[in-house]
Structure formats: structure tokens, C-alpha cells
Design a protein around this ligand. Structure first.
Ligand SMILES: *[C@@H]1O[C@H](CO)[C@@H](O)[C@H](O)[C@H]1NC(C)=O
Ligand SMILES: *[C@@H]1O[C@H](CO)[C@@H](O)[C@H](O)[C@H]1NC(C)=O
Ligand SMILES: *[C@@H]1O[C@H](CO)[C@@H](O)[C@H](O)[C@H]1NC(C)=O
Ligand SMILES: *[C@@H]1O[C@H](CO)[C@@H](O)[C@H](O)[C@H]1NC(C)=O
Ligand SMILES: *[C@@H]1O[C@H](CO)[C@@H](O)[C@H](O)[C@H]1NC(C)=O
Ligand SMILES: *[C@@H]1O[C@H](CO)[C@@H](O)[C@H](O)[C@H]1NC(C)=O
Ligand SMILES: *[C@@H]1O[C@H](CO)[C@@H](O)[C@H](O)[C@H]1NC(C)=O
Ligand SMILES: *[C@@H]1O[C@H](CO)[C@@H](O)[C@H](O)[C@H]1NC(C)=O
Ligand SMILES: *[C@@H]1O[C@H](CO)[C@@H](O)[C@H](O)[C@H]1NC(C)=O
Ligand SMILES: *[C@@H]1O[C@H](CO)[C@@H](O)[C@H](O)[C@H]1NC(C)=O
Ligand SMILES: *[C@@H]1O[C@H](CO)[C@@H](O)[C@H](O)[C@H]1NC(C)=O
Ligand SMILES: *[C@@H]1O[C@H](CO)[C@@H](O)[C@H](O)[C@H]1NC(C)=O
Length: 817
């Protein structure tokens, strides 16, 4: 059988040159066997784990009857009239995303026998487990090793540092931790070192400066601390230096500019202090300079504008300042510019108009004023971020005729006027106009922007009773119309990808439309402070993804449908301030989202995968109205049914809602006793049962409530002792127990079983403020005052004094984070 000679030359990113000729050479039997064993182990693991693996098709050519040098993904070279396997390219052999397949490091074991390997690429394969250190140590001829995008754990093994020929090492996107040992510097030939997106910590060792052949050094997104070692300035060949997203502190090394060939210097998202070093002006090849999100200070130097090759300049999110009066004639043509939070005042700098290739502009969080310049609208920039400034006036219609505009963020400015009809011509994905003075109705043409994912028009003065109707194929997922003057029926003309629909504080009216049920992905439905009428329809229970349902402050009537308890993800249900009657459905005790603590794995997949700012969710918390950040809602379980007309007894099943932090059923007509089971509400922080007709004792099980900090039982018909516990003893404001039939306890300095005496003065006037004994008891027929008090004391074993103002502790409103 004829075999092919394949000669592989590996250089830097391993370029293979193939020469073919006829020869009788074949790959060594032991190497063939090792590869066949690898294939067998791989397939066995995949079958065991029931993964589908369509793309293993390449391994079908791995036939024991053929020369392994002819197999796909295998390369050989010939040395002294024999052939050897020297390259294995197993990139994306196990497609992780498509099938969720995972394999363990044990499949690699056979490969460590092929000691002639110079190239091994096992990237993107979802391989799990510790790095097989002894194994890799065997592959002493390796020049190119790519193990990126797997799930390798543990620290970088010392054995790797013995691979003296290694030129290319990529271990990015794994779960590797530990310190980065100075022994790494033994890899003298290293030209390419990438350890991005791992969990490496400690200092970047000085010895890294011994790797003088390095062209690429990338340690992005780890946990490195300490300063950037000055020895980096030994790496004269360096072209890419990326240390962004670590916790590096101190200054940028002043002689960083002595690296003549640097094209990318990325130090973003660290804790770097000091000024931008002057030496950077020596970096004539610099294309990308990312120093954003550090603690750099001082003035932005004018010489930056003379860096001819600069294309991407990110300085935002530091403590830098900028003199906007200086005359700037830049020598660069940028594609990206971020000068966020650079204390820029005055107008949007005019020199930007000459940056004709600009695709990304972030000037947010400055003190820019004046109107949106027409020249900027005409530049066809992809992302324009001007939020948090003082810009005013209306938007030029030309802006939306841009061929490129995909993100427009103008939130928290003073823009006004109506949105131009041209808005439908832009191909935007995100439009953020929150907190401005825009008015008028939203042009119907907006519905033609078919790529739109996020629409934030909150806190403006928009009106109109006919919101644009988007097609059912629309990608729209986040719609925030909070705090405007929109009216008419609740809009449902969105596609089926809706995740958040926030319509609070408008003038929407009419019943909840059945068309809402098409939003099967909907997680937040917020309609608070509108004029929604009719009943709470039981079809809402079809919104199976719903996590937050706020219908507070509307005009809903009828009873609460028991079927809402089918919403297994529901964590926040707010029906405060409606006209709901009937009883609390006992099946609410089954609300899974209020029973089980939030799944921490789901928190990483939070509502938003991009950094945007949306208005908070308004809730009652600790007896006041507060905003809850939409980023943290996963952590909260709240049930607020207060200020309705609910009757009947409280279902004891509610005591099963173990992860509930707030339960507010106050201001209803609930009667009967407080269920003993409420002592099981182990996460409860705020419980408000006030202003009902509840009678009987406060359950002694309340002593088990470890987290409670606000408990309001006032204005009921409760009697008896307040249970004692360290936590309950802190709730000592008498107003939380006031206006009951007779509640006593050390907390409110009302002793039990005590005969009245002159030490406990009686209220002179039964109608005085803070009157504490029950008017119901008094109304039985006894005259108000002393006699009634006697009845209360003897009837319940308790005696009340008038709450004293000075015992009240100042209540600080705790803002939720
Ligand atoms: C594959 O399945 C086996 C048995 O079910 C399990 O022990 C192993 O952890 C799984 N491997 C991976 C990588 O998930
Ligand atoms: C290292 O390679 C030799 C063959 O050269 C082999 O016998 C040995 O098992 C390998 N060691 C490991 C840990 O794979
Ligand atoms: C590595 O660099 C350090 C200082 O940067 C130096 O002292 C040391 O001798 C170097 N190590 C080797 C092996 O060259
Ligand atoms: C920075 O790194 C953290 C993890 O350490 C990651 O969650 C975050 O997304 C990264 N941020 C950026 C901007 O890359
Ligand atoms: C910088 O790059 C140029 C062109 O690629 C090269 O000729 C020169 O040797 C490099 N300088 C250093 C110090 O490596
Ligand atoms: C833009 O560049 C031209 C020539 O390149 C120059 O004449 C003009 O003044 C520049 N405009 C601004 C605003 O810098
Ligand atoms: C916002 O603009 C209006 C005019 O549209 C002006 O009267 C008002 O003073 C501006 N507010 C601020 C804070 O600049
Ligand atoms: C909002 O718009 C209405 C008319 O629709 C107008 O009367 C009102 O003054 C506007 N409010 C603000 C704050 O601009
Ligand atoms: C409800 O959706 C249907 C199609 O799904 C549509 O024909 C109808 O107009 C919608 N009704 C409202 C009030 O939006
Ligand atoms: C709510 O709607 C009803 C009936 O449509 C109307 O009578 C009432 O005035 C509205 N309330 C508010 C606050 O707009
Ligand atoms: C809710 O679940 C109950 C049983 O768990 C079922 O009988 C009922 O049909 C469900 N309701 C809806 C609207 O799916
Ligand atoms: C007790 O009831 C009286 C009369 O209804 C009321 O004026 C007072 O505000 C109530 N006290 C508290 C603390 O709710």
C-alpha cells in the first residue's frame, strides 16, 4: 500500500505545508493503536453519556486498515525513512453547544504515548477534569499546544514548563486556578501565551520578562492582583499585551512605551492608578489602546491624538478629565472611541466629525450640553451612547436614516420633542431614551424596526392610545414604557420573544387582554399604577415563565384566581391596592418560586445579558414604597395582596412559602386566627397583617422567625402575649401592635397579668391619638375609659398603656441592593 509523506513545518501559529510523493512509509503501528484507542474511549464516553456526536464524522476515516497518516485531523512527518505522527488537530471534535456533550480527560491518555507530537490542538471539546500533568510532560517535542475552551481544572502543572520547544500555548477559557509560577519563564521559545478567562490569581511574576520571544501575551479575565511587572518592558517583540479585567493595581509601567511593536495594549477593567504614561506616545504601531474602567487620573494628553495608527481608543470610566476647549486636530482615524465619565463639558467635540470611519462612540456620563449635532446624525455610526449628559432639543430625523445605527442610548438627558417619523428606517437593536422630556405618540413606523430587541422609553411624557404593533416575528424582548402618559388598551402587539413588559405608571385602561398569553417567555409583567379594570383572569396562569407579576394600584375586581398558583416560577406577586374580593386561594401555598430559594445557577443567566440600566420595580418594602433593581429580582420572593377587600380566613398553607421575604395581606377584611404555620416562614423579613379582623393570639411559633425585622399586627382584634425571641424583641415600636383587643409583651413595655395601678396612667380621653385598647371591647356597652380598660385586662390578662412617642426608634429606609 502506498503511503504519502507528509512533512509538517510548524512555525508560530503552525502553518502546515504538505508535500506529497509516493513512498512505502506508513505510520508506526503503536501510534496507530494509540489513536484508535483514543477514538474508542471518546466514543465510549459519548455513548455512556448519551450524547449525540454527528461531527465525529471525521473519525470515520480512522480505519485500522489504512495508514494513519492519511486519516483526517492527523499529520505526519518523515524522519530517516520512517514516518511519525507529529500533528493532531482535534479542534471542536465534540461540539459542546449543539449536544451538551462532555468527556473526561481520560480520553487523552492514549495520546501521551505519541511522543513525536509537535502540534496538539484539543480546543473546544468540553473536556472535563484536572490537566493530566504527567501526560503532557511526555510530549517533550510539542511546539504548539492549544487546550483552550474546555473545562480543565486545577493549576498549570509544572510538567508543562519542561516543554522547552513550546512556542504556542493557549489555555484560555477553562477553569484553571492557582498562581502563575515564575517557572513559566523556562519556556524560552514561547511566542504566544494566552491564559484568558480562567481563575488564576496572585501576582504576575517578574520572570515573565524572561520570555523575550513573546509576540502575544494575554492574561485577560483572571484574578491577578498587584502591579504590572516592569520586566514586561523586556518583551521587545510584543505585539499584543492584554491584561484587562483583572484586579491589577498601581500605575501603568512608565517605560511601557519602549515596546516598539505593540499594536494592542489592553489594560481595561483593573484598578490601575496614576496618569497615562507619556511613553505611550512612542508606540508608533499602536492600533488599540484600552485603558477604560480603571482609576487613572489627570488630563487626557493631547499627544494621544498624534498616534497615527490608532483605531480604537477607550479611556472611559476613569477619573480622567478633558479640556474640551483645546483645539484638536487628530492624526488618527478611529473606529471606536470611549470617553465615558471624562468630565467633558460644553458641546459634543467637533473634531469627532472628521473621524469618518467611527463605528462606536461612547461619551456618556459627562456634562455635555447643547443639541444633538446634525453632523453626528450624518456620520452613520453603529453605536451612539450619550446617556447621562445634559443634551437637549429634539432628535434630527436624519439620525434614523443611518445605514449603520444599531444602538442608540440617550437616557437621562434633557431631550424633548416628538420622535421623528423616520425612526422606522433605522435598523436598531437597542433604543434607550429613558428619563428625557420626549412627548407625543410613538410613530407607528417604529414597528418596522425588525431587529429591535430592547426599547426603553421610560420616564418621558409620551402619550397616545395606540402603541405601534410589531409583527409576530419581531425580536423585541424588553419593552419599558414606565412612567409616561400612554393610554388606551394594554398593548400586546409584540413578538413572542417578550421577556419583560414594563408598563407601570401610565394611563392604560380596560381589562387584561387574552393576547398576553402568547408571551410564553415573559418573565416580568409590570402594570402598576394604571387603570386596568375587570378581573384577574385565570389565563395569566399560562404565562409559565412569569417571575414577576405586578398589577398594583389598578382597579381590578373579583376574586383572585387559584390557577395563578400554577405559575411555578413566580417569585413576586403584587396585587396591592385593587378592589379584589373573595378569599386568598389556599393553593397559593404551592407557589414553587416562593418555596424554594432562587436557583443560583439561574442567577448567572439573569434577565439581562448586556450592561444596560433599566428602571427599578416598585414594591412595598418595610412599610414604604421602594425600587428594587431588576438585576437582583431573582433574589426576592414577595407576596403583596394588601389594600383589597379580601375576606375569610388566612389559608394556613401560606406558611409553606419558605423563601418568601415579604408577606403583606394588610388592609383587607381577613378574619379568624393567624395560622400557626406562619412560624415556618423562615426567610420572612417583612410581615404586615395589620388592618384586618384577625383575632386570637399571636402564634408562639413567631419566635422561630429569625429574619423578621418589620412585623405589623396593628388594627386587628388580637389578644395575649407577644412571643419573645431575640429577633422579635427588636420590634418594639408600639404602633405595630396598636389598636388590638389586648396585646401585651416586654417589647412594648406592656406587662401581662398586671392589675392596673396608678403607675400605668389611663388615657384621659378615649379618643386620644394612639389609643390602644379595643374600641370593639369598649363598644360592648361599657362606658369608655377606665371601666373598659378593666374589662380588657381581665378578659385577656393583658393591659395596655398609651404608646409613648420617645420609644420609637428612628426608622431608616433601607435601600435594597
Ligand atoms: C458521563 O457519564 C458517566 C456515567 O453516567 C459519569 O460518571 C461521567 O461523569 C459523565 N461524564 C461527564 C464528562 O459528564
Ligand atoms: C510516555 O510515553 C511512553 C512512550 O514513549 C509511554 O510508554 C508512557 O506510557 C507515556 N506516559 C504517559 C503518562 O502517558
Ligand atoms: C529571569 O529574570 C529575572 C529578572 O527578571 C532574572 O533575575 C533571572 O535570572 C532570569 N532567569 C533566567 C533563568 O534567566
Ligand atoms: C470580567 O471578568 C468577570 C469574571 O471575572 C466576568 O464575569 C465579566 O463578564 C468580565 N467583564 C468583561 C467586561 O469582560
Ligand atoms: C518589529 O516589527 C518589525 C516588522 O514586523 C520587525 O522588523 C522588527 O524586528 C520588530 N522589532 C522587534 C524588536 O522585534
Ligand atoms: C476636519 O479636517 C479638515 C481637513 O482634514 C480640517 O480642515 C477641518 O478643520 C477639520 N474639522 C474639524 C472640526 O476638526
Ligand atoms: C431642559 O430643557 C428645557 C427646555 O426644553 C429647559 O426649560 C430646562 O431648563 C432644561 N432642564 C435642564 C435641567 O437643563
Ligand atoms: C406632557 O405632555 C402634556 C400634553 O400631552 C403637557 O400638557 C405637559 O405639560 C407635558 N409635561 C411635561 C413635563 O413636559
Ligand atoms: C390578539 O391576537 C390576534 C392574533 O393572535 C389578533 O388578530 C388580534 O388583533 C389581537 N387582539 C388585540 C386586541 O390585540
Ligand atoms: C378608570 O377607568 C374608569 C372607567 O373607565 C374611570 O371611571 C375612572 O375615572 C378611571 N380612573 C382613573 C384614575 O383614570
Ligand atoms: C393548574 O393546575 C391544576 C392542577 O395542578 C390544573 O387542574 C389546572 O387545569 C391548571 N390550570 C391551568 C390554567 O393550567
Ligand atoms: C388606632 O386607631 C385610631 C382610630 O381608628 C387611629 O386614629 C390610629 O391612627 C390607630 N393607630 C395606629 C397606630 O394605627
Amino acid at each position: 500500500m502506498a503511503c504519502q509523506i507528509q512533512l509538517a513545518v510548524t512555525y508560530f501559529v503552525a502553518i502546515f505545508l504538505f508535500f506529497s510523493s509516493n513512498s512505502s512509509l506508513c505510520c508506526p503501528q503503536d501510534q496507530k493503536e494509540a489513536l484508535l484507542l483514543f477514538k474508542e474511549l471518546l466514543i465510549r464516553e459519548l455513548i455512556q453519556n448519551q450524547s449525540s456526536f454527528q461531527s465525529l464524522a471525521d473519525l470515520e476515516s480512522w480505519n485500522s486498515g489504512l495508514d494513519c497518516c492519511n486519516w483526517k485531523r492527523v499529520t505526519c512527518n518523515s524522519i530517516k525513512s520512517s514516518k511519525q505522527v507529529n500533528g493532531l488537530d482535534f479542534y471542536y471534535l465534540v461540539p459542546s453547544l449543539s449536544s451538551g456533550a462532555t468527556v473526561t480527560t481520560s480520553i487523552l491518555t492514549p495520546l501521551f504515548r505519541i511522543t513525536t507530537l509537535t502540534l496538539l490542538d484539543i480546543s473546544d471539546n468540553s473536556i472535563q477534569g484536572e490537566i493530566p500533568s504527567i501526560g503532557f510532560g511526555n510530549l517533550t517535542k510539542l511546539v504548539h499546544l492549544d487546550m483552550s475552551h474546555n473545562n480543565f481544572r486545577g493549576s498549570i502543572p509544572r510538567e508543562l514548563f519542561l516543554l522547552r520547544d513550546l512556542q504556542y500555548l493557549d489555555m484560555s477559557s477553562n477553569l484553571i486556578d492557582g498562581m502563575l509560577s515564575g517557572e513559566l519563564s523556562a519556556l524560552r521559545s514561547l511566542r504566544y501565551l494566552k491564559l484568558d478567562e480562567n481563575f488564576l490569581y496572585g501576582q504576575i511574576q517578574l520572570q515573565i520578562g524572561n520570555l523575550t520571544e513573546l509576540l502575544v501575551l494575554s492574561l485577560r479575565q483572571n484574578k491577578f492582583t498587584g502591579g504590572i511587572p516592569s520586566s514586561l518592558s523586556n518583551l521587545k517583540k510584543l505585539e499584543i499585551l492584554d491584561l484587562s479585567n483583572n484586579s491589577l493595581s498601581m500605575g501603568v509601567p512608565p517605560d511601557i512605551g519602549t515596546l516598539p511593536n505593540i499594536s494592542t495594549l489592553a489594560l481595561s477593567k483593573n484598578l490601575l492608578t496614576g496618569k497615562i504614561p507619556r511613553s505611550i506616545q512612542e508606540m508608533g504601531n499602536l492600533k488599540t489602546l484600552q485603558l477604560d474602567n480603571n482609576l487613572l487620573s489627570g488630563k487626557i494628553p493631547a499627544w494621544l491624538f498624534h498616534l497615527k495608527n490608532l483605531q480604537s481608543l477607550h479611556l472611559g470610566g476613569n477619573k480622567l478629565s478633558w479640556d474640551n476647549n483645546a483645539i484638536i486636530v487628530p492624526k488618527f482615524q478611529l473606529s471606536e472611541l470611549s470617553l465615558r465619565s471624562c468630565q467633558i463639558s460644553g458641546h459634543i467635540p467637533a473634531w469627532i466629525s472628521n473621524q469618518t470611519g467611527l463605528n462606536y462612540l461612547d461619551l456618556s456620563d459627562n456634562q455635555l450640553e447643547g443639541s444633538f449635532p446634525l453632523w453626528l446624525a450624518e456620520m452613520d455610526i453603529g453605536s451612539i451612547i450619550l446617556s447621562d449628559n445634559k443634551l437637549s432639543g429634539s432628535l434630527p430625523p436624519r439620525l434614523f436614516q443611518s445605514q449603520s445605527l444599531s444602538i442608540l442610548a440617550l437616557s437621562r438627558n434633557n431631550f424633548s420633542g416628538e420622535l421623528p417619523e423616520t425612526i422606522g428606517e433605522a435598523d436598531m437593536m437597542m433604543l434607550m431614551l429613558s428619563d428625557n422630556g420626549f412627548s407625543g405618540s410613538v410613530p407607528e413606523s417604529l414597528s418596522k424596526v425588525y431587529r429591535l430587541i430592547l426599547l426603553d422609553l421610560s420616564k418621558n411624557n409620551f402619550s397616545g392610545n395606540n402603541f405601534p404593533t410589531f409583527s409576530s416575528e419581531s425580536f423585541l424582548a424588553y419593552v419599558d414604557l414606565f412612567s409616561n402618559k400612554f393610554s388606551g388598551p394594554i398593548p400586546t402587539g409584540f413578538g413572542q420573544d417578550m421577556i419583560m413588559l414594563s408598563l407601570g405608571q401610565n394611563e392604560f385602561s380596560g381589562p387584561l387582554p387574552r393576547n398576553l398569553t402568547k408571551f410564553l417567555q415573559l418573565r416580568h409583567l409590570d402594570l402598576h399604577d394604571n387603570n386596568v379594570t375587570g378581573e384577574v383572569p385565570s389565563f395569566l396562569s399560562q404565562l409559565s415563565s412569569l417571575q414577576v407579576l405586578s398589577l398594583r394600584s389598578n382597579s381590578l375586581e373579583g376574586s383572585i384566581p387559584s390557577d395563578l398558583s400554577n405559575l411555578t416560577k413566580l417569585q413576586i406577586l403584587d396585587l396591592y391596592d385593587n378592589k379584589l374580593n373573595g378569599s386568598i386561594p389556599p393553593r397559593f401555598g404551592n407557589l414553587q418560586g416562593m418555596i424554594y430559594p432562587p436557583d443560583t445557577s439561574s442567577i448567572s443567566s439573569a434577565l439581562f445579558s448586556f450592561p444596560i440600566q433599566l428602571e427599578d420595580l416598585i414594591v412595598n418594602w418595610k412599610a414604604s414604597k421602594q425600587g428594587l433593581s431588576r438585576y437582583n429580582l431573582d433574589f426576592y420572593s414577595l407576596l403583596d395582596l394588601s389594600s383589597n377587600e379580601l375576606q375569610g380566613e388566612i389559608p394556613p398553607s401560606l406558611g409553606g412559602l419558605k423563601s418568601l421575604k415579604l408577606l403583606n395581606i394588610s388592609r383587607n377584611h381577613l378574619s379568624g386566627r393567624i395560622p400557626l404555620s406562619f412560624g415556618n416562614l423562615e426567610s420572612i423579613e417583612t410581615m404586615d397583617l395589620s388592618h384586618n379582623n384577625l383575632s386570637g393570639h399571636i402564634p408562639s411559633t413567631f419566635a422561630k422567625l429569625q429574619e423578621i425585622s418589620t412585623l405589623d399586627l396593628s388594627n386587628n382584634k388580637l389578644v395575649g402575649q407577644i412571643p419573645q425571641s431575640p429577633q422579635l424583641d427588636r420590634i418594639n415600636d408600639p404602633k405595630f401592635y396598636a389598636n388590638n383587643t389586648g396585646v401585651c409583651g416586654a417589647q412594648i413595655l406592656v406587662p401581662s397579668q398586671e392589675a392596673p395601678s396608678t403607675e400605668y396612667p389611663m388615657p384621659e380621653d378615649g379618643k386620644s391619638e394612639g389609643e390602644s385598647f379595643s374600641w370593639e371591647a369598649a363598644a360592648i356597652g361599657f362606658p369608655a375609659g377606665f371601666t373598659a380598660a378593666i374589662v380588657v385586662v381581665y378578659g385577656t390578662g393583658c393591659f395596655h398603656i398609651k404608646p409613648r412617642q420617645q420609644r420609637r426608634r428612628p426608622r431608616r429606609s433601607r435601600h435594597l441592593t
